[in-house]
Design a binder for this molecule. Structure first.
Ligand code: AMP
Ligand code: MG
Length: 422
């Protein structure tokens, strides 16, 4: 049996980041940047006010106090989006709003709260703007001014290739004038279930049949990981049926195949035979539980195929260990690890001696993560996966872990807000 790490390393050695394409910036969310982004402007583009208040000359108010205010003549009002035509001479001030350009002659802004206008309502200020203002505090040159280029200088690189695009990166792209951006394209992932027993959710559940859940789980996992699922439906447990589906997927331009089922040692487990025939095939027993059987191979054109086990929990756990990193690598991600937290076990836990991935629910109590097993751990019990938000990772050889011990938990979802389940 090979280890989880060996299987993953072999799979990743056959996977490369996909080509770059140019797409609208909002659609790049969650994808990986493939170019350097340089700003076409200073940001902010001009000196502007950081406060609602009065633009003035700091020398004028050097002696201002609450008891002996400095009186200034208000010569204009400037709102964000406009430029004052007036100049601030000594003894003058211009009423200014946040984001408005600092008028010529002024070198600082005093906030409205530090002036005689502090207690006048907005309506009152608008209806009867004062022609004179009392300033109660001194300000230094530059106070409450946001200077041109203080965030970004024109010509400066703001984002580098390899950066994962989050909402803040989308905003940075907009602020430097980009409408499109080059990113690694999303992999097209063929999702294929195998099994004569499988029926679709809307079909009659005849004797001996079960509902095909893996196709849906796998397609959902592909979406969540950033890929585009190509749903190929179900291949019957016959070599011809499976070969036909694989050819269909190749014609649709699949970058990766995910099959489920047919990889154990049963008489009708045809995935490994077909793979061997259609391409180059490796079949492994991976030292893990659940998810021991795993097929991996290369189809014509070097398209990788990951043959996940049929049991719904095994399929999901194997997806997380092998398919997710492969998809992320195609997307251009460098960090392929599943986010992991250390959590304290609330109960004893037994393990098979293989690498264990135990379904747990993690929640934070008194500043510390706690993990509790979600009941029956059979590899067909998908509802225990639905109750879980993490997989406790138990190392090989360890058959018992005592309550109170700390374990690594791969998070399927972030634990905050799950306290009700614990
Ligand atoms: P196999 O590896 O094909 O023998 O499948 C192992 C177990 O998983 C069997 O009990 C199958 O019925 C079940 N199974 C296989 N494929 C699916 C699927 N797409 N949805 C739900 N269960 C499945
Ligand atoms: Mg089967």
């Amino acid at each position: 049996m090979i280890s989880v790490e060996e299987a993953l390393a072999e799979i990743l050695s056959h996977v490369r980041p996909l080509s770059l394409e140019s797409i609208p910036i909002l659609e790049s969310l969650g994808l990986v940047l493939g170019e350097e982004i340089v700003s076409d402007v200073d940001i902010p583009p001009f000196n502007n006010s950081g406060m609602d208040g009065f633009a003035l000359r700091s020398d004028d108010v050097a002696q201002a106090t609450g008891n002996v205010p400095t009186r200034l003549e208000v010569v204009d009002t400037v709102a964000a989006g406009y430029v004052s035509a007036s100049r601030v001479e000594s003894g003058h001030a211009i009423r200014i709003m946040t984001g408005a350009p600092i008028p010529e002659g002024a070198d600082a802004v005093v906030p409205i709260e530090d002036t005689g206008d502090a207690h006048r309502a907005k309506e009152e200020r608008l209806a009867a703007p004062v022609s004179e203002i009392e300033v109660y505090v001194p300000v230094k040159a530059g106070d409450n001014v946001r200077f041109a280029g203080e965030d970004v200088r024109r010509g400066e690189a703001v984002l580098e290739p390899g950066r994962v695009i989050r909402p803040q990166e989308v905003g940075v792209l907009a602020s430097v004038g980009r409408t499109t951006v080059r990113v690694h394209r999303r992999p097209r992932v063929a999702v294929l279930a195998t099994g004569d027993e499988l029926v679709d959710p809307q079909e009659l559940l005849a004797p001996g049949k079960i509902r095909n859940s893996n196709e849906y789980t796998n397609a959902a996992l592909v979406y969540r990981t950033g890929g585009v699922p190509l749903r190929l439906g179900v291949a019957r447990d016959a070599a011809g049926a499976l070969s036909a589906k694989i050819r269909e997927g190749l014609e649709m331009g699949a970058d990766l195949f995910l099959t489920s089922g047919g990889v154990s040692v049963g008489d009708y487990d045809v995935v490994k035979d077909v793979l061997g025939h259609e391409g180059k095939m490796q079949f492994w027993q991976v030292n893990m539980k659940p998810g021991k059987p795993l097929a991996f191979g290369l189809l014509p054109g070097g398209v990788p195929l990951i043959g996940l086990p049929g049991n719904p929990v095994s399929a999901m756990v194997s997806f997380e260990q092998f398919a997710r990193p492969a998809i992320l690598k195609m997307l251009g991600f460098q960090d392929l690890d599943k986010p992991t937290v250390r959590a304290r076990l609330d109960e004893d836990l037994t393990n098979s001696g293989r690498r264990g991935f135990v379904r747990v629910v993690v929640a934070k109590r008194e500043g510390r993560y706690h993990a509790r097993v979600t009941g029956e751990q059979g590899s067909g019990v998908l509802t225990s996966m639905a109750r879980a938000n993490g997989l406790a990772v138990i190392r090989e050889g360890l058959r018992f872990v005592e309550a109170g011990s700390e374990v690594d938990v791969q998070m399927l979802d972030w634990p905050e807000g799950m306290a009700a389940l614990l």
